[in-house]
Ligand binder design. Structure first.
Ligand SMILES: NC(=O)c1ccc[n+]([C@@H]2O[C@H](COP(=O)([O-])OP(=O)(O)OC[C@H]3O[C@@H](n4cnc5c(N)ncnc54)[C@H](OP(=O)(O)O)[C@@H]3O)[C@@H](O)[C@H]2O)c1
Length: 312
């Protein structure tokens, strides 16, 4: 049977955080979670765009409990400040959706000097997840959903020298590496929480090919012909509400145990189910190396992660 939002359980009493929730797949997912009675925090880098997104949700679900909080995933102090504020304001978090992303922009760096896609798509979310662990662990049936992409298959293996900026930059190669990193992280997090007996599940998802503003904001940003071109490309994509289904399935399906990858069973489009990612994404040694590198780049000491985990 095709899985749709009608199969979702009630989220009443649950708190969800969705990064990049002001547009595209993040907004669609946030809207449905809010309509299912979750308290939803829109984690956005522009409070103005976040407020507009909140109003669009309230227009469809007037009773929704939605808050807007600022985070710039390309700036680690901003990630830390966001996590600190969440820990102060919320008793617990039941769901973190690591959704925000940027695809194939011209070469740019995060505030801390990392290549923008690796820094935003992976390192920002890695830091956010670890910093939120104490709140996540207080949340009943807590889950972390990390949004990857079919583009991860373009990266045949994790290339750490490349990620550390060895001088080359290829837009799509970097996007693919960042999306492979999303998967390696999601699976490694699951192994680590499981080995510590923590009540948290880490699940990966991908939307297939969905009509969003990802093209406008990344590869073709600032180009005058981008909008008509993006509109033309998006004619071949599934609607963004379909693109959000794998995320929502990963966030709520009761049969999942952690460590799964959810995507359209048809590949680029269609209804969600458990799918397989590339062989490279299941490379446990690469995942450990990425974890250690990420701790270093996110400025989190190994002991800190264990301490964070032990507060759970
Ligand atoms: N659409 C697809 O076909 C497709 C396919 C595979 C994977 N994905 C993945 O799906 C996820 C969502 O993308 P989308 O397609 O929905 O594109 P989108 O509409 O462009 O959404 C991306 C979101 O990420 C936010 N973001 C970017 N950089 C950020 C930062 N430094 N800090 C905080 N937020 C930031 C954007 O905020 P602003 O509005 O402020 O820029 C926007 O809200 C991404 O991880 C993407 O890789 C999408």
């Amino acid at each position: 049977m095709d899985w749709t939002i009608d199969n979702m359980p009630s989220m009443r009493g649950m708190t969800a955080i969705v990064t990049g929730a002001n547009s595209g797949i993040g907004w669609e997912a946030a809207k449905v979670l809010a309509a299912r009675h979750a308290r939803v925090i829109l984690a956005v880098r522009s409070v103005e765009r976040g407020a507009a997104a909140k109003n669009r949700i309230l227009a469809e679900a007037p009773q929704a409990d939605v808050a807007v909080m600022r985070i710039d995933l390309a700036d680690l102090p901003s990630v830390q400040a966001f996590a600190d504020e969440v820990m102060e304001r919320e008793r617990k978090v039941n769901l973190l959706v690591n959704n925000a992303g940027v695809m194939a922009p011209s070469y740019q760096r995060t505030k801390q000097g990392l290549e923008l896609q690796f820094g935003t798509n992976h390192i920002g979310h890695f830091a956010l997840t670890l910093r939120l662990l104490p709140a996540l662990c207080k949340g009943r049936g807590a889950r972390v959903v990390t949004v990857s992409s079919m583009a991860h298959t373009m990266a045949k293996a994790l290339d750490i020298p490349y990620l550390c900026g060895d001088g080359r930059y290829r837009r799509f190669a970097s996007y693919a590496q960042s999306k492979l990193a999303n998967l390696l992280f999601a699976y490694e997090l699951q192994r680590r929480v499981q080995s510590r007996g923590l009540a948290l599940q880490s699940i990966a998802a991908h939307p297939g090919f969905a009509a969003t503003s990802l093209l406008d904001n990344g590869m073709f940003a600032k180009s005058t012909w981008v909008r008509p071109f993006a509109r033309w490309v998006n004619r071949f994509a599934q609607p963004s509400e379909m693109g959000a289904l794998p995320t929502l399935y990963a966030a709520t399906h009761p049969d999942l145990v952690g460590g799964e990858y959810i995507g359209p069973v048809g590949g680029m489009r269609g209804y969600p189910g458990i799918v397989r990612s590339s062989d490279a994404s299941y490379d446990v040694d690469a995942a450990k190396r990425l974890w250690d590198l990420s701790l270093e780049l996110a400025n989190i000491r190994p002991d800190d992660w264990i301490a964070l985990a032990d507060t759970m």
